[in-house]
Structure formats: C-alpha cells, structure tokens
Design a protein around this ligand. Structure first.
Ligand code: FAD
Length: 373
C-alpha cells in the first residue's frame, strides 16, 4: 500500500491550497480529485482580495484581471442600491484558478490522482483511503476538501446529510463588452438571486442560486431565465443583450448550507466540506483557501514543533475555524433569509438604500481580513 504524510480528498481551492502549503514544508502529499483540469465550476468567480498576499506567498502567479470594488444590489422589482467594497476582490474563472493551483502543486511535487475516493477509515492512529476500483492508500492525516456534499458524507455519517438541501446553482459565461469592469452586481428574483461580474478574459459570469420550489415550476433553465429571472429589469436587459459563450449553462443540485463539523472522525475538513457560506457574501473561495492554510499550519506544527497530539490538533483546528468563520457564516444565513423574503427584501432594501453605514457594516461582517502569511 502506498503511504503519504497527508492525503487530500478533493482538488478544488481548499485541497490544492493545502497541497501547495504542505509541499512547501516538504511533506509527502497526495491529492485525489475526480475530474481532470481545467474544468468549469458553478461559482460566482468573485474572489475577495483577502487571499492575494497568501497566494503570492505560495508562489501562485495570478493573471492580470479585473479589480471588483463596487457592488450593485437590486430587488426583484429593480429597486437598487450601490456600495463600495472596501477591500474588494478580483474576477477569475474557476477554469483558470483551479488549474493554476494544480500546476503549482505539481511543480512542488504533489502527487495528484484522478480518482474518486469512496471510503476513509481510521485505525491505530493512521488512515486508509479506499479508491475505486478497490485500491487503498495509507496516511497519517486526511484533509477532507471534497466540496459541498458527497458520498463521503454518508460514509463518515455526517448529520447534515440527512437534511434536505433544496438549492440549485446555475452558471454560464456571456459576452457583453459594455458590462462595467469593476462591478459585482447581485440581483434578486423569485426564489433566488444571481451575481454578474467580469472574469480574467472579459467574459461576464452569470451565476445564480435558486430554491427547487421556485425552479420546478418552470420546465428548464431557458424557461426559468425567460419567465422568472428576466422579470428583474437588470437581469432582463442582461439576458437580452448578452451572448452566452457556453453551449449550455452548468448546474449543480443539492447545495447545502447546513452547519457541519470542521473535524469528523479525525478527518480535518476544509473549504465547503467544513461549511458553505451563502454565495451572497461572495466569500466561499477565500474561506476555502484560508481554512486550508489553518489546517496545513497545524499539521506542520504536529510534525515539526513537537505538538504530536492529534486530539489537541483537532481541538485547535475547530477553535480557529470557529473563530475565523462561524460569525461570517451566521451573518450570511441572516442576510440570505432577509433578501429571499419578497416582503422583507423590499423593506430591507428601502432601509439599506438610505443607510450607507449599515451597508458598510454588513459588507465588513461578511468579509474577512487580509490573510496574514
Ligand atoms: C451558486 C454559487 C455561487 C458562488 N459564488 C461565489 C463567489 O462569487 N465567490 C466566492 O468566493 N465563493 C462563491 N461560492 C462558493 C465557492 O464556490 C466555494 O466556497 C468554493 O468552491 C469552495 O472550494 P472547495 O475547494 O471547498 O470546494 P470545490 O471547489 O467544490 O472542490 C471540491 C473538489 O472535490 C472533488 N471531489 C468531490 N468528491 C470527491 C471524491 N469523493 N474524491 C475525489 N474528489 C472529489 C470535486 O471534483 C471538486 O473538484 C459560490 C457557491 C455557489 C454554490
């Protein structure tokens, strides 16, 4: 059986960041990822600037792209407010970003397997990872970075997997040169909301989140776009003027925002596997990268600084994870509940439109600080 210091399940932002960080410290690292790179993912593709110095520290060279520092928020009826994003972010497609991290992980000597992990078992202070078809790998630590929800959540008997996850995500890139370079626009519609912003090659990403209840009343994505989304005047104009660059939109189902445990059966969970923030807050990518940093530093401390105590490492990870992310996730939940309630959303937007102070506070509380290296 092949053995590694650390096996990372899932090669998205969290998994690849952890692989890069740990390879820089010379640990033997394997990443298991079910899809080849590069690939598109359902995501708003606005990433907070809090990650930039850390990505530079990891040696990831980001391409020239658009700085996004202004937000436009509109209700279903088109009432809108604008606000500055104090820290701001940048627009980059997951097609490019995940592939950049993958290349960096390879350059540093990480082993990347393109397989789905089907089981994780812990015995005698070590792990066995089961991979289809019937192969096993061993390691001291497992980082679970396999995203929002998957078969492994059943295998690890995670509580949230029993609960309904009634959200659907849809995304496609569009050509619309007149779309402002620095804008993140978030527009409400019945049962959901969608974000618009430019990515590194000038394509405008339109990504939305919608409840199944709202979506299932229409036949398909085209029908939903035409009959529901286009009722928001901003989105109606966008869909009318823009040209879709994908053959068809990408979609994912069963998106879960339920509370999860950052450590389960000794597996250290990073990114969405530990908890997904509502996309309205535009911060899941930064949280994925940040959580990978916290996990990698604690694993390094375990091996190098004499911590050598798994229980302590797990407790420290839980504490740090909660300190950094729990409040943001809570704020995200409250904001989403408010903005998806048609009556409250109009009222709230009316108040917010006249209260730049409250808007700035909300933006601050759903974003993090620059990640210190
Ligand atoms: C509609 C929507 C819009 C969003 N918009 C934004 C935004 O604008 N800005 C932002 O910051 N965040 C946004 N987010 C959140 C953001 O996309 C996530 O927080 C981020 O992708 C988390 O990265 P991750 O590495 O945890 O997971 P992922 O990027 O999902 O990576 C998980 C990886 O694990 C792999 N995998 C899964 N199971 C297995 C297995 N068993 N074996 C091997 N590999 C496996 C998958 O193929 C995948 O590549 C949005 C989310 C949604 C749903």
């Amino acid at each position: 059986m092949d053995n590694f210091d650390v096996i990372i399940v899932g090669g998205g932002l969290a998994g690849l960041t952890a692989a890069i960080h740990l390879r820089r410290e010379n640990y033997s690292v394997a990443v298991f990822e079910s899809k080849q790179y590069p690939h598109h993912k359902v995501c708003g593709e606005y990433i907070s600037n809090e990650v930039t110095p850390y990505l530079t520290f990891l040696g990831v060279s980001l391409p020239q792209t658009f700085q996004l520092n202004e937000m436009l928020l509109s209700t279903e009826k088109g009432e809108a407010l604008r606000a500055k994003l104090p820290m701001g972010g940048f627009g980059i497609s997951r097609y490019t970003l995940d592939n950049l991290l993958y290349q960096r992980a390879l350059d540093l000597g990480a082993t990347v397997f393109f397989n789905s992990v089907s089981s994780i078992s812990y015995e005698n202070d070590n792990f066995k990872i089961g991979v289809e078809p019937g192969k096993e790998y061993g390691c001291k630590f497992v980082i679970g970075a396999y995203g929002k929800r998957g078969v492994l959540d059943k295998d690890l008997q995670r509580d949230f997997i029993q609960l309904k996850s009634p959200w659907l995500g849809v995304k496609a890139h569009y050509k619309l040169d007149s779309f402002p370079d620095n804008l993140v626009a978030i527009h409400n519609f019945r049962g959901g909301y969608g974000g618009l912003s430019k990515t590194e090659n000038g394509a405008v990403n339109f990504c939305y989140l919608v409840s199944y209840d709202s979506f299932k009343k229409e036949k398909d994505i085209a029908g939903f776009n035409q009959n529901i989304i286009a009722r928001n005047p901003y989105l109606g104009t966008f869909l009318n003027d823009a040209e879709m660059l994908f053959d068809r939109p990408l979609s994912i189902g069963q998106i879960s925002f339920h509370k999860k445990k950052p450590v389960q059966k000794h597996v250290i969970m990073c990114g969405d596997t530990a908890g997904l923030i509502h996309p309205l807050c535009g911060n899941g990518m930064a949280m994925a990268i940040h959580s990978a940093k916290i996990a990698s530093e604690l694993i390094h401390a375990y091996f190098k600084n004499g911590l050598q105590n798994r229980t302590r490492l797990e407790k420290d990870y839980e504490t740090q994870w909660n300190n950094v992310f729990a409040k943001r996730l809570w704020m995200g939940r409250q904001l989403q509940d408010l903005l998806l309630n048609p009556k409250l959303s109009n009222l709230a937007m009316g108040i917010l439109a006249n209260s730049p102070y409250i808007v700035n506070k909300l933006i601050k509380n759903t974003h993090g600080q620059i990640i210190q290296c």
